[in-house]
Design a protein around this ligand. Structure first.
Ligand SMILES: [Zn+2]
Length: 616
């Protein structure tokens, strides 16, 4: 079979899989909200399930089992108990007794210094003959090449050992830690493993040096100062940090120092927690998901989303990231605009409620890693590989706790105390990684005026950010301040060309085609892919730069290739691409046409840019 026919066949067969809603090829991580405890589910690309810890006694019945059942699971393949503290193993007997006894193996760290009280007796009774002990370096297969490797058990790592018995919090130091890898995506989780803080053993630094850079970390020991030391942070250097902690917990988790260590001015990272954590410790700079957090990946990009609608203003509760190995292009001058500034909130204090909104003006997907923001003395650089698609907005603020910031969803916070939008006036500059100034806005003297509780909204995102191009917001959000964070301002003008955005594509990955025609909300569209673009075809009175060839004809069978854009003028079609090495190096083309058809005929037509897709 020729390559072109092979691609058409692969697309055709895989779109049938997609139509049935299966998630083949996807690795997902589920950080279940069990309060001040931990329970994390890993689902491999072939559906292999691994539950890491089960929360406190009661959490199994109340949270973990309902969560597993809610996903449609009827059993587990593996469980891993990180260590003998009840906030990690206390709920596991309930999980096992509710039909989720692992069919392959239930790992725990072993019997030295294990507890013998009623909770441990319940665990032993429930786990029965499935109980097994892991060894360092042991690997579990999760399908499609995805693996889980044990990188610390009882103080032993692949790079050496430190006996936790000689230190404080020895049980935490003995925690089982693992790294999950899938293509270029890596995830680390280590129970309550310690890295030397507060007189503990330093096991985690050795594990982190062995693992190297990862995309996602669950901070060890709920964000305690005993863990996540400097060597751990510099070696793991992730894009996203998850804190599993309880609201108003008595341990002050996550520790303000640890939140600040993960997110420095030189490398500001996205940090999300399953709850608001300790709301009295005065540390902003991270985001509460108000419930479970789900990470999904095909191994090349990943998304993080909240399981529950956090019921706050500010747009989609979802972020998308590139992996470190596959960054997308950085924004170029004229391609990214500061579209909203809240310098003086009234529903919450300036300390927590200030935000800015950035909008991608260019067809394509940009990677915000390396983006530098300066406001007077305040200066920080994004370390996370946050992706922003054409016509998408990112709200970036001081604090992601809705209760403190005027009830606003802020998926990415600046490092605490390093984003301060001075009320009296300042200049905010956004620079690309190479130093080029992408956009500048000024308020106070020489700029737009600051109104208490009212954001300034850019009228035309494509025109310079002068005072005359900003209006005072009139729409209430959240707790009553005025603004439109995450959404276009009412009355926003600007000419948005139709654009097709496609991130880099690897074989076995999902072809992710995103249409954006802000000027044509609700319009019908016809999306196509072809192997060639010249001379193209004429359709609906427009020249479409795609050829009618086997790929084009196969693509017309893909669900969503002919449909209508949403009220924002957006559409998205996802097609898993088969894992055929003969596809590597192939270049294909994509474009779409929008039109409105009614009794008067076809009107309002437009054609998008040409999307060029190289399969890597
Ligand atoms: Zn714990």
């Amino acid at each position: 079979m020729s390559t072109r026919n092979s691609l058409a066949a692969l697309l055709f067969s895989s779109c049938l899989i997609g139509a049935q809603g299966a998630q083949a090829g996807e690795l997902s991580l589920h950080f279940i909200d069990v309060g001040q405890a931990s329970s994390t589910l890993v689902i491999g690309p072939d559906g292999t399930t691994v539950l890491i810890d089960g929360g406190d006694p009661g959490d199994g019945d109340n949270y973990v089992v309902p969560y597993l059942s809610g996903l449609g699971l009827t059993g587990l393949d593996y469980s891993i108990m990180s260590h003998w503290h009840t906030d990690h193993y206390g709920g596991l007997d309930e999980v096992f007794n509710s039909g989720f006894l692992p069919t392959v193996a239930a790992y725990d760290r072993g019997t030295n210094d294990n507890p013998s009280g009623p909770q441990a007796v319940q665990y032993f009774a429930a786990v029965g003959g499935q109980r097994t002990f892991p060894t360092v370096g042991q690997i579990l297969q999760l399908g499609d090449g995805a693996t889980l490797e044990f990188v610390a058990v009882n103080g032993v790592t692949p790079l050496g050992s430190d006996d936790p018995s000689d230190y404080s919090q020895s049980e935490n130091g003995r925690s089982v830690a693992v790294v999950v890898r899938y293509n270029d995506f890596d995830f680390y989780i280590g129970g309550d493993i310690t890295s030397g803080g507060s007189g503990t053993a330093d096991v985690e630094s050795m594990a982190a040096q062995y693992i190297g850079q990862v995309e996602v970390v669950q901070s060890s020991h709920h964000g305690s100062k005993t863990s996540s030391g400097p060597v751990v942070i510099s070696n793991l250097a992730p894009s996203l940090v998850i804190h599993s902690c309880g609201q108003d917990n008595s341990f002050f988790h996550p520790a303000a120092d640890i939140v600040e260590d993960w997110s420095t001015p030189a490398s500001t990272l996205a940090q999300w927690g399953t709850t608001r954590g300790d709301t009295d410790n005065g540390s902003g700079g991270w985001t509460s998901a108000e419930g479970a957090i789900i990470v999904r990946t095909g191994g090349y990009r990943f998304t993080a989303e909240t399981a529950n609608d956090a019921a706050t203003a500010g747009g989609d509760e979802l972020m998308e990231f590139a992996t470190f190995e596959n960054p997308e292009a950085s924004p170029v001058v004229g391609g990214l605009a500061i579209t909203e500034v809240m310098a003086n909130p009234a529903a919450s204090s300036d300390t927590y409620g200030e935000y800015i909104e950035l909008t991608n003006l260019m067809p394509g997907i940009v990677d915000l890693s390396g983006l530098r923001l300066t406001v007077g003395l305040y200066d920080f650089t994004l370390g996370s590989h946050v992706l922003l698609a054409y016509n998408e907005r990112l709200v970036l603020g001081v604090d992601g706790h809705a209760a403190r910031n005027g009830d606003l969803w802020i998926p990415l916070s600046g490092p605490f105390d390093d984003l301060h939008l001075v009320n009296s006036g300042a200049t905010l500059e956004v620079r690309a990684p190479g130093g080029a100034v992408l956009d500048t806005v000024t308020w106070g003297t020489g700029g737009f005026s600051v109104k208490s509780g009212k954001a300034a909204e850019r009228v035309d995102p494509f025109s310079p950010g002068t005072a005359a191009n900003f209006q005072t917001a009139t729409t209430a959000f959240g707790d009553g301040d005025l603004g439109s964070p995450g959404f276009p301002a009412p009355g926003e003008t600007g000419v948005w060309p139709s654009g097709l955005s496609i991130p880099g594509l690897h074989i076995g990955d999902t072809l992710d085609m995103r249409m954006s025609s802000p000027s044509h909300p609700g319009s019908l569209y016809l999306l196509g892919m072809s192997l060639g673009f010249a001379p193209g075809v004429n359709a609906i009175g427009l020249h479409v730069p795609l050829n009618i060839d086997p790929l084009f004809q196969a693509f017309q069978q893909v669900p969503g290739s002919f449909s209508s854009l949403d009220a924002s003028g957006r559409g998205r079609v996802l097609v898993p691409v088969g894992k055929d090495p003969s596809l590597v190096g192939l270049v294909v083309f994509g474009a779409y046409v929008t039109f409105t058809a009614d009794a008067g005929g076809i009107t309002g037509t437009s054609v998008s840019n040409l999307g060029i897709i190289s399969i890597l």
